[in-house]
Design a protein around this ligand. Structure first.
Ligand code: NAP
Ligand code: MG
Length: 476
């Protein structure tokens, strides 16, 4: 990409991770073979195979659920203060092994080491610390006598592999539940290191079980009759299938699905700050973010100024080796996801929007997509409606605050939104009217374990994080 400075390569060393040629399932505290056909996980930046990973069949899932059921008796009977000790121990081990986890996450997922090291892994530890703190205070959380649900079946996506695991496992264990978790097929490795961390923390066997595999394994977890609670993060499409599978059973369900967030810039906003927020909103993690600010709504009077500044800023982003500490934009997670981003972007062009990317050299091997901005986007265009889940920004304009609200809410999703303005009263006026679970003001993509996260409409239901996140794992 057009460089203002010449940077020497600054790669993080891979030596800190020891990737085994093959991995089994983690059931009842042991690594065991899976009876399905093993699959390979690759480094999306190079297409190199990292490891072969076991596939859990429905029999394997059944064994994992049985182990979790047996462990539930022991785990739920422990005083909260004792469960807290295990969670604090896990959090500390995550901190001790942070560099290993960050490098492995970047290798398996393609995200820049700057993000896995400074965002993902610290937040993972923070989630365990946070929910460890709740484990002995559940009686004061406002949900009555705390009663755990039992066995939680959890299925997560590939965009924040270890962080989504933490969002699922930390509150479940704090409340006294046991879990069977299926990581995404393209990013199973940090979940398997987490299994090792559970052993290191001497967590009682069966409290955490990790079953790897594709969608079929996920369906077996969700459909198992002895699972009491299903927690899913992923696409709205699969969310619908799961809601149908769970309907009519006693299972409790939370769904964290897709999004198409509006990032709204008013004419009185500090432009440079807003541009940083727009970049962070859509190009963080290659745009593989459910709450990404993928629709920029900019007030017409400042459109040119904002776009010029945005283009200039994008020309300084560095795309390439995820393990290089200077890299801003890493690899797209898989060939499938790259194909999806390409086809939606091509559709954007054929529907009449104007496409722009900074001058940018893509590596020969691996899955890459340049940061892309579409202007002249109408609300009816596919790129204004569909979740692209890649580094692609659609720019729309508005004239009045009321028009901004109307356009922002004109989506089947409702996960997040951003507002950029100097006026406090306008922030409150807007936040009141935006149908989104999270509304950021003069910032974007800020996460904290103490604040709840979740959506409206097709973005799902239930909240993760904070006090609200406990409710999903208690019989209230
Ligand atoms: P996905 O296709 O829905 O996959 C999510 C998980 O479900 C994966 O582990 C997948 O396995 C598994 N799965 C697939 N079919 C299943 C079935 N029939 N039953 C049970 N499990 C099944 O989503 P994705 O492409 O991995 O992730 C991207 C989507 O996740 C985006 O739409 C994004 O917005 C959403 N997301 C939402 C949040 C949030 O908090 N709201 C956070 C992150 C991502 P395989 O990996 O093997 O296919
Ligand atoms: Mg991978």
């Amino acid at each position: 990409m057009m460089a203002i400075f010449e940077y020497a390569p600054a790669p993080e060393s891979r030596d800190v991770v020891d990737i085994r040629p093959s991995y089994g399932l983690f059931v009842n505290g042991e690594f065991v073979d899976g009876s399905g056909t093993p699959f390979k996980t690759v480094n999306p930046a190079t297409e190199e195979t990292l490891a072969e990973v076991a596939t859990a069949s429905s029999d394997d899932v059944d064994r994992a659920v049985q182990a979790a059921r047996k462990a539930f008796g022991v785990w739920s009977a422990l005083p909260g203060a004792e469960r807290a000790k295990y969670l604090f121990r896990i959090a500390r081990i995550i901190q001790e092994r942070a560099r290993e986890l960050a490098v492995l996450e970047s290798l398996d997922n393609g995200k820049p080491i700057r993000e896995s090291r400074d965002v993902d892994v610290p937040l993972v530890a923070a989630h365990f610390f946070y929910y460890a703190g709740w484990a002995d205070k559940l009686a004061y959380a406002g949900f009555g006598e705390p009663r755990p649900l039992g066995v939680a079946g959890q299925v997560i996506p590939w965009n924040f592999p270890l962080l989504m695991l933490a969002w699922k496992i930390a509150p479940a264990l704090a409340c006294g539940n046991t879990v069977v978790l299926k990581p995404a097929e393209t990013t199973p490795l940090t979940a398997l290191v987490f299994a090792d961390i559970c052993r290191q923390a001497e967590l009682p066997p069966g409290v955490v079980n990790i079953v790897t595999g594709a969608g079929e394994t996920g369906a077996a977890v969700v459909g198992h009759p002895d699972v009491d609670k299903v927690a899913f993060t992923g696409s709205t499409e699969v969310g619908r299938i799961i809601a149908r599978a769970v309907a009519g059973t006693d299972k409790k369900l939370t769904l964290e699905l897709g999004g198409k967030a509006a990032n709204i810039v008013f004419e009185d906003a500090a432009v440079d700050q807003a541009v940083e927020g727009i970049v962070n909103g859509i190009f963080f993690n290659q745009g593989h973010v459910c709450c990404a600010g993928s629709r920029l709504l900019v007030q017409e009077s400042v459109q040119e100024e904002v776009l010029e500044s945005l283009r200039r800023r994008l020309s300084t982003l560095r795309l390439g080796d995820p393990l290089d500490k200077n890299t801003d934009i890493g690899a797209i997670n898989s060939a499938e996801q790259l194909a999806k981003i390409r086809s939606l972007s091509d559709l954007g062009e054929s529907e009449g929007a104007q496409r722009w990317s900074p001058a940018c050299e893509l590596p020969d091997k691996g899955f890459w997509f340049p940061p892309t901005v579409f202007t002249g986007v109408a609300q009816s265009h596919s790129i204004a409606r569909a979740e692209i889940f890649g580094p692609v920004l659609s720019v729309l304009t508005f004239r009045t605050p009321a028009e901004a609200v109307e356009k922002a809410n004109n989506t089947p999703y409702g996960l997040s939104a951003g507002i950029w303005t100097e006026k406090g009263s306008r922030i409150l006026w807007m936040a009141d009217r935006l149908r989104a679970g999270v509304v950021w003001a003069n910032t974007f993509n800020k996460f904290d374990p103490a604040s709840p996260f979740g959506g409206y409409k097709e973005s799902g239901y239930g909240r993760e994080g904070g006090l609200h996140g406990l409710e999903a794992y208690l019989d209230v």
